[in-house]
Design a protein around this ligand. Structure first.
Ligand code: ATP
Ligand code: MG
Length: 369
């Protein structure tokens, strides 16, 4: 998958720019606060996901404007394609000039993987970031998954609302029965999908980690479900187990007035040499873990759709030592990379490419080299 041209209007601090990209390395450089990450964020929006900075859509529109508009020309699935996105309070998308019902339908048509220093949170922080990583990655290769997540979230919301009200009304137990059945059904699909995704990406992640760390310590990770079940079983069996589990947890949930166990509380345990990477990993080891997970994600997309995603690297190179930097760039050869940095001197060795200098959200210099 390769982007050929992108236009960004009234998005964050970017007033109006149009940039032609090349199929190899594209470097977006400039001082701090000039709009480099904003530009990558604009590209990322075409995956159909929400911003990788975890903000609301309305925050993406340039101050004082009503609407941001983004346009993309890209080569994917063997042909030239276009996509448009309008963002005000909501997002409206079209693909090849056909309006989509929801921007999430862009998922699977345009794929990208983004690395930024903030992604260290994947290893350093709690389960929320890990769930988000895995859900976003699955959505790109299995776009229907987003509907399951949305339905699950709705049921969870309803169940929690009922629990907040308390067990006073006569309908309480009946309603709980209904929500539990629905929750078990969506949870079974989510748990199985997440677990098998992690298992499928593990060999690629372990290989990358071994390459970066010269095999000093083995990487391992696994899905940790807060509701006891065996994700290897078929979905109907998992669903049955989850229904029982929800029933067992019921008294505790009623007391706490919230749903304690379920895919919304699950975690991914990442281990190095058998020990938690979050608790015991060094900065460098944690960084390598994130690179390994992200590169494995690229590989999964390639194995599923037969094309590599566009790689967005936000200020990542300056954080890596020379050997990790070389490993990353070698691994990403023949793919389109769009990377940001403050100083383009880093990238003398990249060969052919495009460099663009941003200042106050405008292009002040661009060059093919
Ligand atoms: P750094 O090198 O520090 O990472 P950067 O070039 O990546 O900098 P960005 O994060 O892309 O910087 O841009 C930050 C700028 O965008 C800030 O000055 C911020 O005030 C501005 N900005 C963010 N949101 C909006 C918005 N909705 N409207 C206008 N400007 C915005
Ligand atoms: Mg930035």
């Amino acid at each position: 998958m390769k982007i050929t041209k992108v236009s960004v209007k009234d998005f964050r601090n970017i007033e109006n720019i149009e940039i032609n990209l090349c199929e190899n390395a594209n470097i977006i450089y400039g001082d701090n606060g000039q709009g480099k990450t904003n530009f990558l964020e604009a590209l990322w929006m075409f995956t159909g996901a929400k911003s990788f900075r975890g903000v609301r859509d309305s925050e993406l529109v340039r101050f004082g404007q009503d609407c941001a508009s983004l346009g993309l020309s890209f080569y994917g699935a063997g042909r030239d394609q276009t996509a448009e996105l309008m963002i005000n309070g909501h997002r409206k998308a079209s693909l090849n000039e056909i309006a989509l019902r929801s921007p999430t339908e862009l998922a699977g048509h345009f794929c990208a993987v983004v690395f930024s220093p903030a992604h260290l949170a994947l290893v350093k922080s709690g389960p929320k970031e890990k769930r988000r990583f895995i859900d976003e990655a699955i959505c790109q290769i299995k776009p229907k998954y987003i509907h399951i997540l949305n339905q699950f979230n709705r049921v969870l919301d309803q169940r929690n609302r009922l629990l907040k009200e308390g067990p006073y009304g006569s309908h309480f137990q009946d309603m709980l029965e209904i929500w539990d059945a629905r929750m078990a059904s969506f949870s079974a699909v989510i748990i199985k999908t997440r677990d098998s995704f992690l298992k499928r990406m593990k060999p690629a992640a372990q290989e990358v980690y071994a390459g970066i760390s010269q095999s000093r310590e083995p990487l391992d990770f696994s899905y940790v479900s807060t509701l006891e079940c065996n994700p290897e079983e078929e979905i109907p069996q998992i669903e049955e187990t989850l229904r029982r589990q929800l029933k067992i947890n019921r008294q505790e949930d009623i007391r706490a007035r919230v749903t304690n166990g379920g895919p919304h509380r699950d975690d991914v345990e990442i281990q190095l040499d058998g020990k938690s990477a979050r608790l015991y990993g060094s900065q460098g080891q944690q960084r390598s873990c994130v690179l390994a997970l992200k590169l494995a994600e690229c590989q999964m997309i390639y194995e599923t759709i037969g094309e590599y995603p566009v790689i967005l690297l936000d200020d990542v190179m300056s954080e890596l030592d020379v050997s990790r930097r070389d490993y990353l760039l070698n691994h990403l050869r023949d793919r389109q990379i769009i990377m940001t940095c403050c100083d383009k001197a880093y990238f003398k060795r990249l060969g052919k490419g495009v460099s663009v200098k941003l200042q106050k959200g405008s292009v002040i210099y661009s060059r093919y080299y």
